[in-house]
Design a binder for this molecule. Structure first.
Ligand code: ARG
Length: 276
């Protein structure tokens, strides 16, 4: 499902809060076990560059208002998915969400550990195409810098980490089952970078999106079972100590032959250079 929150957000927020155990409930029927999908619990102290995007106004306070992930790529720069800023995800236009925050250092969303920082500015890729999902990146500039040691470097074009078969990990607080079960703590799953030919074959173009090797990369396990899912969007795919992808889309979660599709970070680097 590419429109994870559209359904949930058509109901009034009060109803969502009342149904607070499933604040981001999705209608996606899907397979797979626990995770991200098929993952295990990890700590932000070991992966300080993983951040949560939050709006308690839109998503309720139970899980700190978490609705997407993001990655710290410079002391004051978080990158995330462009679609995380869309009306489809937020339920209202971006300019009507006044309590957007980046949360760093909070493994367990039920706590107040770490910091909450409102962005001082943001940039949503004007070339993001919601039909194919190409160019799915946005930049949030933090009003207060985080420690330099928390930053994750981005893998540029030609980096060996993009090679098919490379082991990579995806991180997030998203759905662990494909049925709208949102964990309170951060999770990670190990996947592998798949060949563009495999991704193109999986996604020649359907209602969920179209695989485009220039701006996307895909990763998973050939048999499924390990994947990102709704609520993980914008979060990191990390290989060889560098950021290679941002969680973007997929058909279902963890399904065989439907790998997770990520924004290709080497293309993000170029886009950011172009837009200064
Ligand atoms: N679009 C989803 C979100 O907003 C992420 C979906 C990722 N899906 C996948 N099967 N890898 O959270």
């Amino acid at each position: 499902m590419r429109r994870p929150f559209a359904r949930a957000l058509t109901v009034p927020l009060a109803v969502l809060v009342a149904a607070a155990v499933l604040p981001l409930a999705s209608s996606a029927p899907a397979v797979a076990d626990e995770g991200v999908i098929g993952g295990s619990a990890v700590k932000t102290s070991d992966h300080p560059w993983v951040v949560a995007l939050s709006s308690r106004d839109r998503f309720g306070g139970m899980r700190s208002g978490q609705f997407c992930g993001g990655v710290l790529v410079a002391r004051s720069t978080v990158i995330t998915a462009a679609h995380c800023m869309s009306e489809e995800v937020l339920g209202v236009p971006r300019n009507r969400v006044s309590d957007l925050k980046v949360i760093a250092g909070r493994t367990d969303l039920r706590t107040t550990e770490g910091v909450e920082i409102p962005p001082s500015s943001e940039w949503i890729n004007p070339d993001y195409d919601s039909r194919t999902n190409s160019g799915d990146v946005a930049v949030l500039t933090l009003s207060k810098p985080l420690p330099a040691g928390d930053v994750l470097p981005m893998a540029e074009e030609g980096d060996p980490a993009y090679k098919a078969g490379t082991k990579a990990s995806v991180y997030g607080w998203g759905d662990t089952t494909g049925t709208g079960k949102y964990p309170n703590t951060l999770r990670a799953a190990q996947v592998q970078v798949l060949a563009d030919a495999v991704c193109e074959q999986a996604y020649p173009g359907n209602a969920d999106g179209t695989y485009m090797a220039k701006t996307m990369l895909c990763a998973g396990e050939l048999g499924g079972g390990k994947d990102a899912c709704q609520g993980d969007s914008g979060g990191p795919l990390v290989a060889q100590g560098k950021l290679v992808g941002l969680v973007s889309w997929g058909s279902g979660c963890g399904r065989p032959k439907s790998p997770g599709v990520y924004t290709r970070v080497s293309d993000v680097v170029k886009v950011l250079q172009q837009h200064g």
